[in-house]
Design a protein around this ligand. Sequence first.
Ligand SMILES: Nc1ncnc2c1ncn2[C@@H]1O[C@H](COP(=O)(O)OP(=O)(O)OP(=O)(O)O)[C@@H](O)[C@H]1O
Length: 307
Amino acid sequence: MSHIVRTTRLTKVFQGKEVVSDVNLSIQQGEIYGFLGPNGAGKTTVMKMLTNLVKPTGGEIEIFGEKLTPKSYGLLGRMGTIIEYPIFYDKLKARENLELHCEYMGYYNKNSIDDALELVNLKNIDHKPVKDFSLGMKQRLGIARAIITKPELLILDEPINGLDPVGIKEIRDLFKMLSKEYGMTLLISSHILGEMEQMADTIGVINHGRLIEEVPMERVRERNTEYIELVVSDSKKAAFLLSDQLNLTNFKVIDEHTLRVYDARAAQNEISKVLIMNDVMIDSIHKKNSSLEDYFISLLNGGGLSA
Ligand SMILES: Nc1ncnc2c1ncn2[C@@H]1O[C@H](COP(=O)(O)OP(=O)(O)OP(=O)(O)O)[C@@H](O)[C@H]1O
């Protein structure tokens, strides 16, 4: 696989403050790259630099194997983007907005507007100006506009904002289809971690302007472990009993009431029996899966696969 986007020590300083620091991104052809980070981490600024909306203070950007410069109009023409919120001519209808966009991009294909509207599942909109659209409808129209010219690279900043759960699933399926069937490369930022877990091939995690991890989703999944979480009256006493009576060693006391048992041999009913017989009250006992959410939090706290 070849790189579609590569940045080298990409840096941005705003008013003396470094908001993006030495970021080395590497996005492969045809993949969905989930760009994760808390608010203010620098995701939008990176995406703006990739689309020439903001000039880097330092570092380099290579897209489709070519260096991005202020004059890279050809490269920009091969991308579809939504950065921050999609902006439209509010008084015009969806179709008119898309026609204007195609004209601007010099893209003429009779069926492309209908195809794009169908792909994002926008229906019965021909009578409405865009100002009467819901946020979710505007988001769908933004995606339609980004994909209408069949770009090779899609750069989408929080594209599922404002969508309901059914809408999120539809758009997720659309993104997967664009990547698998059309071979498009997608860079998608989000703070909805569960969403990325179901969609991304690779995740990049940014915090305080630094890319702290870039890792294939496969590796995050492999690392996911099942555990039993216990909420009890006295976690220290419970911990003693687990080791003394059940010979368990792989568990962790989280706080005075909670502990997690990672030992694969542990049976919930055995644990319950021992605790109850020794006067430890059980509030709850559940099997859980550590998720991308846990991984993300551990990364922001300084952990991670490469740590
Ligand atoms: N034009 C600007 N002038 C000054 N500071 C800016 C500018 N644009 C962004 N910043 C600052 O840069 C930092 C990174 O912002 P950015 O929007 O890139 O983060 P983000 O990860 O996209 O966050 P969010 O999810 O909240 O949009 C923030 O501290 C922000 O206040």
